[in-house]
Ligand binder design. Structure first.
Ligand code: PLP
Length: 382
């Protein structure tokens, strides 16, 4: 792995998650631009208090899976709240969204069925699909012509499921859900979306990509995470029609054979959802900051992939350039990470910047200044 230049080393943080960090053995006041903490709820005082209260009242953990002795009232409450948040019939919790994705396709689809998956879907969707015995079709990234061709081909199967990320984490682009839902209707298919990079902040009330694009009643299944905007602790879920959720409780292997979510984690997510359902101000809080970063970086001469999403990939092309620039950004107090092959396609290396509601305008301006200096130094800017 080292020989291929793809060894990943981990930086060690000595403070809590937030816009400003202290690194172990290093300086304080590092500005963090690579957390999925889109709404800043990971260190929100009410979220932390809710976790402490749940820990004290319900204990450290369940020492059990859900169907043995691992279901507490807070698990049922959180499932009900998730379903209400997404305006769906029911929801089921998992230890992670990775598990939710690993557990759904195999439980739902048989060898008589078909799954049609965007080629750039998250690794956990790809792995989940690998585990199922359905017929597999991979369509070109957000290419509706190709999806339509594959849907035509898949008419011979009993049931068709189109699977896509709502927002794609490496590019900050948003799936054309309206068009996908139209095609699904035309070719009698179900639609599944992974909303890890949308839940809590996309759409007028933060419900996600389906709310943003006006198709909440057309998407059948949503998988998402509690480990990003919704408090950032851990956990994932599926929400959708009640018979599907009932089936997952019987058949989904990561649910059946893995420990229940710890009460503190449930407490965090539950409070995060309360905050989001009380007012849409939090969901809206990040958009202006994203706009500030995107427009200032574009004016400085950088190419930022995606549109209007807080994932702002600074496209650099060369893998070494991305890695050297990210190191140099840290020397200037800005924590960002370079991504290169195999995480993104060859020749499309980038530094992914993620904006959070808790970044100040000054934080964003400091980031743009550092990018400009480092970009000029390494020849990424004229
Ligand atoms: N799906 C997508 C699109 C993701 O970005 C991630 C996390 O990186 C996951 C699923 C997995 O989520 P979790 O961390 O809850 O396992």
């Amino acid at each position: 792995i080292r020989g291929a230049g793809t060894w990943k080393s981990e930086r060690v943080i000595a403070s809590r998650q937030g816009p400003h960090l202290r690194l172990a053995g290093g300086g304080a006041g590092i500005i963090n631009f690579c957390a999925n903490n889109y709404l800043g709820l990971s260190s929100h005082p009410e979220v932390i208090r809710a976790a402490v209260e749940a820990l004290e009242k319900f204990g450290a953990g369940l020492s059990s899976v859900r169907f043995i002795c691992g279901t507490q009232s807070i698990h049922k409450d959180l499932e009900e709240k998730i379903a209400r948040f997404h305006q769906r019939e029911d929801a089921i919790l998992y230890a992670s969204c990775f598990d939710a994705n690993a557990g759904i396709f195999e439980a739902l689809l048989t060898p008589e069925d078909a799954v049609l998956s965007d080629e750039l879907n998250h690794a956990s969707i790809i792995d989940g699909i690998r585990l199922c015995k359905a017929n597999k079709y991979r369509y070109k990234h957000m290419d509706m012509q190709d999806l339509e061709a594959k849907l035509k081909e898949a008419q011979k199967h009993r049931l068709r499921l189109v699977a896509t990320d709502g927002a794609f984490s490496m590019d900050g682009d948003i799936a054309p859900l309206r068009e996908i839902c139209q095609l699904a209707q035309k070719y009698d298919a179900l639609v599944f979306i992974d909303e890890c990079h949308a839940t809590g902040f996309l759409g007028p009330n933060g419900r996600g990509t389906d709310e943003l694009l006006g198709v909440m009643d057309k998407v059948t299944i949503i998988n998402s995470t509690l480990g990003k905007a919704l408090g950032g602790a851990a956990g994932g879920y599926t929400t959708g029609p009640k018979p599907l959720i009932d089936l997952l409780r019987q058949r989904s292997r990561p649910y059946l054979f893995s420990n229940s979510l710890p009460p503190a984690v449930v407490g965090c997510a539950s409070k995060a959802l309360d905050l989001l359902m009380e007012s849409n101000a939090i969901a809206q809080s990040m958009a202006a900051k994203t706009q500030r970063f995107r427009s200032k970086m574009t004016a400085a001469g950088f190419t930022i992939s995606g549109k209007d999403h807080p994932i702002c990939p600074v496209m650099l092309g060369d893998a070494r350039l991305a890695s050297v620039m990210a190191e140099d950004m840290l020397n200037r107090g800005i924590y960002v990470i370079g991504f290169s092959y195999p995480v993104v396609p060859k020749g499309k290396a980038r530094i992914r910047v993620q904006i959070s509601a808790v970044h100040s305008d000054e934080d964003i301006d400091r980031c743009v200044e550092a990018f400009t200096e480092v970009g000029q130094k390494h020849g990424a800017l004229p």
